[in-house]
Design a protein around this ligand. Structure first.
Ligand code: NAG
Ligand code: NAG
Ligand code: NAG
Length: 270
């Protein structure tokens, strides 16, 4: 059980935590749910899932696990989600394709409380092939939440050092009088250890877990040892002639204790 717990903890800490992949819907380009017309984008789910949408997109209605949109159009706007074969729905993502020239870059999925979030205002250009290209604006933009002005970003950005529930809302940015569509920022509870990843506390986590497990093991051994000892003594008292068995049990118990302790010492060193 000790090893299993340790392996699970290690797996959890080392697992890749890309914002664009995982169990929920992935989007490339990353961090975008808003697009100008004639951009290209890919939406993808896990290999054993199907991409679902309520939009009028033909290419994304094939119930395949991914969908490549060569040129975004209005009708690609809508809700997209991944669905497993057993019918389980992943987190839904709203994609907005706008005819306007200003869009907002914001987290695609709900962010854990305590993490930093940057909102970015982008504007569209036409490339030489008339494809849409959205680039960051390095000029003054204003940002609004739920229709109320919350700040000015002199370089087209606005950052929150540590978000909490009060940051949830529908965000827009405005550049030279043109407002972007709105995107919902969702903040979830800072419960998972993943929310500790970007902070400086991460290096404390493994030693703490190790120490906790070692303590737990020692307490468990103590309780078991006490229980065995009491039981053995009772048996010994009941059958005073069976001295040989009593000695055997005590000897085995001591061996096990020594082996267990060297086990967890090896582990904590690594
Ligand atoms: C933004 O503009 C300022 C001054 O115009 C410049 O110094 C800075 O490097 C620019 N930043 C980016 C990311 O282009
Ligand atoms: C949420 O964050 C804001 C801004 O950093 C802060 O003023 C507010 O007190 C925080 N609210 C809670 C409930 O922590
Ligand atoms: C997506 O859009 C629908 C319809 O406008 C809305 O009800 C839902 O809350 C939105 N979901 C997210 C995650 O923004």
């Amino acid at each position: 059980m000790f090893w299993l717990t340790l392996i699970l903890v290690l797996l959890h800490l080392t697992r890749g935590n890309s914002p664009c992949s995982g169990r929920s819907l992935g989007i490339s380009p990353c961090s975008r749910t808003q697009f100008v017309k004639r951009e290209s984008l890919t939406l993808y789910c896990g290999a054993d899932e199907r991409l679902m949408t309520n939009s009028n997109s033909d290419t994304c209605s094939q119930k395949s696990h991914e969908c490549y949109i060569a040129m975004t159009q209005d009708y690609h706007s809508g809700t997209y989600w991944c669905q497993s074969n057993s019918g389980e729905r992943g987190e839904a993502v709203n994609i907005t394709v706008t005819g306007g020239s200003v869009i907002l870059e914001s987290p695609v999925h709900p962010v854990p409380g305590g993490t930093s979030v940057t909102l970015r205002c982008l504007t569209s250009h036409k490339s030489s092939h008339q494809l849409g290209v959205a680039t960051p604006i390095n000029q003054s933009c204003t940002f609004s939440r739920d229709g109320r002005l919350i700040g000015v970003g002199l370089t087209g950005e606005m950052s929150f050092a540590a978000v909490n529930r009060s940051h949830e809302g529908l965000y827009t940015c405005t550049f030279s009088g043109v407002e972007s569509p709105g995107s919902w920022l969702a903040v979830r509870a800072p419960s998972s250890p993943e929310s500790l990843r970007p902070t400086s506390h991460q290096h404390l986590l493994l030693p703490l877990v190790c120490a906790g497990l070692a303590l737990f093991l020692m307490v468990l051994l103590g309780v078991l040892g006490g229980f065995c000892w009491r039981r053995t003594r009772k048996e010994a008292e009941e059958a005073a002639s069976e001295d040989v068995i009593y000695a055997d049990v005590v000897q085995n118990k001591t061996k096990k204790k020594v082996r267990d302790r060297s086990d967890h010492e090896t582990t904590c060193r690594h």
